[in-house]
Design a protein around this ligand. Structure first.
Ligand SMILES: Cc1cc2nc3c(=O)[nH]c(=O)nc-3n(C[C@H](O)[C@H](O)[C@H](O)COP(=O)(O)OP(=O)(O)OC[C@H]3O[C@@H](n4cnc5c(N)ncnc54)[C@H](O)[C@@H]3O)c2cc1C
Ligand SMILES: *[C@@H]1O[C@H](CO)[C@@H](O)[C@H](O)[C@H]1NC(C)=O
Ligand SMILES: *[C@@H]1O[C@H](CO)[C@@H](O)[C@H](O)[C@H]1NC(C)=O
Ligand SMILES: *[C@@H]1O[C@H](CO)[C@@H](O)[C@H](O)[C@H]1NC(C)=O
Ligand SMILES: *[C@@H]1O[C@H](CO)[C@@H](O)[C@H](O)[C@H]1NC(C)=O
Length: 351
């Protein structure tokens, strides 16, 4: 079996790269190598722990604005065409800020978000300075990555191998490998060959609750806190409540005082949670793979031995926005190796 394209990592970031390449006809040339695969749960595997929704929480730099726009448009289409199988749905969303958000950010988002409106000050919670409403995308994170996993194998012939690589060079162990995509999330900090000191985890704790009466997404962005309510599509009434953004904290433990704070903040923000009532099913903790300066999507080359250089594309550090920005990041990662891809054969049927 030859392995022209290797993707290390099977979180949403690696799966998004596989999806874009498979859509271009490269499915049978792709091998995804990962220690954790969709369906697994581990503190070292962030994707199953996400809310997840599309929100204005992402950064205001040019990359983030572009990735968000592409991700939103792609996922709205997915919600329309395959929403049920993919566990993605369009959901009304309300976001509030204690302090005014960046103008560039709001201007960019207002240009493409469906049903975008700025809210009147009398319609936003006390203590907030600004609010918007729009139609967002909510994603049942663990089910969505399992959907991509099945789709990639069954419809596109992508191979998955469960293996922990000792270094990024090991991704090139097959002589036929031309490109390796490094989509290792938090693994990036310690993986020999990558060892990115700018990478750090941002811990979040969330509650999985049952509250079928909730049909909208609500977020409040505080100066040093984040409170949010996200209904999970195709889940029979599950709602995710959060949250926390703890920079540099890497414990997978959950804390009852944090659960209490989440319940208090979310029920204040959305009292409908208490009518007729909600049931707290579980508390989880997840580590957002963050990076100073934002995500790294970059082509580099790595010396494998005297004769051989490998093409390595970094794609990690998505932080709190891997679901909303992942497809845009994947597009940049794939575009960076267009010249190399031309030498790899494609399935004619998909061209
Ligand atoms: C509480 C919480 C809420 C969130 N909510 C949202 C949200 O609403 N919207 C949103 O967009 N994002 C959200 N996020 C962020 C999102 O979950 C992350 O950005 C995303 O999951 C990162 O994906 P990833 O593929 O980079 O990393 P991961 O999912 O961690 O995947 C890393 C992969 O690399 C593999 N790997 C690592 N090292 C090695 C190695 N040496 N050898 C082999 N394999 C290796 C792992 O096994 C795994 O397969 C949230 C995160 C948390 C914690
Ligand atoms: C998670 O990864 C860290 C760093 O590689 C490792 O020390 C730890 O044992 C891992 N934890 C689990 C539960 O796999
Ligand atoms: C909602 O989305 C933002 C950005 O995508 C994310 O940081 C936040 O954690 C999400 N909320 C939940 C409950 O996942
Ligand atoms: C892959 O990216 C991670 C994240 O920064 C990094 O630590 C690691 O060194 C990279 N691996 C390789 C082989 O480049
Ligand atoms: C959905 O939840 C209700 C009430 O909790 C339960 O009676 C029903 O069987 C569930 N349906 C599915 C498909 O899980």
């Amino acid at each position: 079996m030859s392995r022209p394209i290797v993707i290390v990592g099977a979180g949403v970031i690696g799966l998004d790269v596989a999806l874009l390449l498979a859509e271009q006809g490269y499915g049978p040339s792709i091998t995804v190598i990962a220690e954790h695969l969709p369906g697994d749960t581990s503190i070292n595997y962030t994707s199953p722990w996400a809310g997840a929704n599309f929100s204005a929480i992402s950064g205001g730099d040019a990359n983030a604005l572009r990735w968000d726009k592409y991700g939103y448009q792609h996922m709205m289409k997915l919600a329309e065409e395959h929403g049920t199988e993919a566990c993605i749905s369009k959901t009304p969303s309300f976001e509030y800020w204690d302090e005014l958000p960046s103008k560039t950010k709001i201007e960019s988002m207002s240009g493409y978000l469906e049903d975008f409106a700025m809210l009147d000050i009398k319609d936003i919670p006390k203590g907030c300075q600004f609010g918007v409403s729009f139609t967002t995308i909510t994603v049942n994170a663990p089910r969505y990555i399992q959907y991509l996993y099945r789709l990639l194998q069954e419809q596109y012939g992508v191979q998955f191998v469960r293996q922990r690589l000792p270094s990024i060079k090991a991704g090139f162990s097959d002589i036929s490998t031309k490109i390796v995509f490094n989509c290792t999330g938090n693994g990036a900090r310690h993986l020999p060959g990558v060892e990115d000191a700018k990478s750090y985890p941002t811990r979040g704790q969330i509650l999985l609750t049952k509250a079928p009466q909730i049909t909208k997404n609500v977020m409040r962005h505080g100066k040093d806190y984040e409170t949010y309510i996200i209904p999970r599509p195709q889940s029979n009434g599950s709602v995710i409540l959060g949250g926390y953004m703890q920079k540099g904290v890497s414990t997978g433990d959950t804390f009852s005082r944090e659960s209490e704070s989440i319940v208090e903040r979310t029920t204040t923000l959305l009292p409908e949670l208490l009518t007729p009532g909600m049931e707290v099913l579980a508390a989880f903790s997840g580590l957002r793979p963050s990076r100073e300066g934002g995500a790294r999507v970059e082509r580099t080359s790595i010396q494998l031995d005297e004769l051989r250089n490998g093409i390595l594309v970094h794609n990690y550090g998505a932080g709190g926005t891997g679901f909303q920005a992942g497809l845009g990041m994947a597009r940049d990662a794939v575009n960076a190796v267009e010249d190399v891809l031309r030498s790899i054969s494609r399935e004619k049927s998909r061209l």
